[in-house]
Design a protein around this ligand. Structure first.
Ligand code: GLN
Length: 510
């Protein structure tokens, strides 16, 4: 069997193709797992925070036994890795924070067990845990307490954040797919900046149980892979109600998002594939704040959509700009509450020496939490405090509702909303590190749909052509109405049948 790998690069295979070869017994899960582990061992991108070859190979062996017994499920034996905010029994979980150094969860997050090799799981093999911004707060992975992850297309640049390790690992073919979490853009933005595909489902579609909480009314898990089809395969396994453990999980049955996509692949792309689809373009997403490189790629992608039969209509999302202050009040407010559990007693790092209880809390938290997390806790505590609550937090909640209503108005005119994911391509490591506001502003196109709880996706749509753009990837954002993940994945899949941006490989990935 080892000879098979020499006929093609195993790591270039999609999740779909890997699963097919595993099911046909052309490859074994152990062989595939070993191949990826070897790549991870020498990776220079800072994508991984933890691996354990023994654990992964044990899981692969279990998958092979099931494959040998004739079991055939969509993902059995295919490897993946998890963002380090999903708690895992078999690997440490740090959420990118010193606060959780050496933390080991006694249980797996729901998403982890749904995808994994255990009973009732999809049978995927876990290769390890992926770097991220501390407690998922950031846009460039530079807030990881451990080390920054690097962009495989240019290792002097950020891969995006906060799921930066996930994006870098998938783009560099260190894993065929990964999980991510998105509170204000953390799946879509790193997917865009690293040239891969990612989907943030409707809020509640995937259980938050076992996801280290950042801002609970916004946090959502989703898959990151190279294609929409691969994302569909993973999302089908990840999604579904988990009401006993996460009361905000949607009480809607899991859907197989891949079936229609696989059927579509079997037919030739025709000019009518997306006939009738109305794509709304908010002028707020195409303004002067967006880099010309990004706009050019997005417009070219939209022209491709027209060729596939879609029509473009103008829509209005007048409160887009306000999504930044609103998000940066609500998310820190919730974070300040969620992170109070990290006090050195219930959870986390405890200072070695202290004079009294207060001193212990203060020292433990000061030592364990990084600057950005501390900043957010301070902002959050401030906006929730007596006298400021009405002026800031409550006002932000009211505008959040108006933002959600604007989307509903827009969706009376169109089926999907499209635009850029990020106003620029990936920036240089260090460029914005000391300027938190510059990071916040870069979230302009992802925050509003997060606040509204809508599903959103990033689809590779080309590369920057200017000198400053450095040939970096550009993502197209597709935003759907509630529960319309299938429509988003379908629209992305048809585009990917007609284009090959998602198949391009970064030079430094080997
Ligand atoms: N960049 C945003 C932030 O820093 C979004 C993060 C996320 O989605 N986890 O909060």
């Amino acid at each position: 069997m080892n000879t098979v790998a020499s006929n093609f690069d195993l790591h270039d295979l999609s999740v779909f193709d890997l699963a097919a070869k595993l099911a046909a017994r052309e490859l074994s899960s152990v062989e595939v797992t070993q191949h990826f582990l070897a790549r991870i061992k020498t990776e220079q991108l800072g994508a991984f925070l933890a691996t354990d070859a023994d654990v992964s190979l044990l899981q692969a062996k279990a998958a092979d036994v099931r494959l040998a017994a004739g079991e055939r499920t969509a993902l059995l034996g295919v490897p993946l890795a998890h963002k380090d905010v999903f708690v895992t029994r078999d690997f440490p979980t740090t959420a990118g924070s010193k606060m959780l150094a050496n933390y080991r969860s006694p249980f797996d997050a729901t998403v982890v067990s749904k995808l994994g090799i255990g009973p009732g799981g999809a049978g995927m093999v876990t290769l390890g845990k992926l770097n991220c911004d501390e407690f998922a707060m950031g846009s460039g992975n530079e807030n990881s307490a451990w080390f920054p992850a690097k962009n495989p297309w240019d290792p002097t640049r950020i891969p995006g954040g906060s799921s930066g390790g996930s994006a870098a690992a998938v783009a560099a073919r260190l894993v065929p797919a990964a999980t991510g979490t998105d509170t204000g853009g953390s799946i879509r933005q790193p997917a865009s900046l690293s040239g891969i595909t990612g989907i943030k489902p409707t809020y509640g579609r995937c259980s938050r149980y076992g996801m280290v909480a950042f801002a609970s009314s916004l946090d959502q898990a989703g898959p990151m892979a190279r294609s929409a089809l691969d994302c569909a395969l993973l999302l089908s396994a990840m999604a579904g109600p988990d009401l006993d453990r996460d009361s905000t999980s949607l009480d809607m049955p899991a859907i197989n998002y891949a079936t229609e996509l696989i059927a579509a692949s079997a037919h030739n792309v025709s000019a009518t594939a997306l006939k009738g689809l109305k794509i709304g373009l908010p002028n707020q997403f195409f303004g002067a704040g967006c880099a010309p490189d990004v706009l050019a790629a997005v417009r070219a992608a939209l022209a491709e959509y027209e060729k596939l039969g879609a029509t473009l209509v103008d829509v209005d999302l007048p409160l887009t700009e306000l999504s930044i202050p609103v998000y940066y009040i609500i998310a820190p407010a919730e974070a300040s509450s969620n992170l109070s559990r990290f006090d050195g007693v219930r959870y986390g790092h405890r200072a070695a020496t202290y004079s009294d209880l207060n001193d212990m809390y203060k020292k433990s938290r000061s030592e364990g939490l990084g600057d950005e997390v501390t900043r957010r806790i301070m902002i959050g505590t401030y906006v929730l405090s007596d006298g400021y609550y009405d002026a800031h937090y409550l006002k932000a909640q009211k505008i959040r509702r108006l933002i959600a209503q604007d989307f509903q108005k827009a969706f009376t005119q169109c089926d999907i909303i499209a635009g850029p994911v990020s106003p620029t391509v990936a920036w240089k490591i260090g460029e914005k590190k000391s300027d938190p506001v510059a990071n916040y502003l870069a979230d302009i196109y992802t925050l509003s749909s997060s606040l509204a709880g809508l599903p959103g996706m990033s689809v590779p749509a080309g590369f920057a052509t200017s000198q400053a753009g450095g040939g970096m990837p550009v993502g197209l954002q597709l935003i759907g109405n509630y529960f319309n993940e299938a429509q988003l994945l379908g629209a992305a899949h048809h585009y990917q049948l007609a284009t090959d941006w998602h198949l391009r490989k970064p030079g430094g990935s080997a």
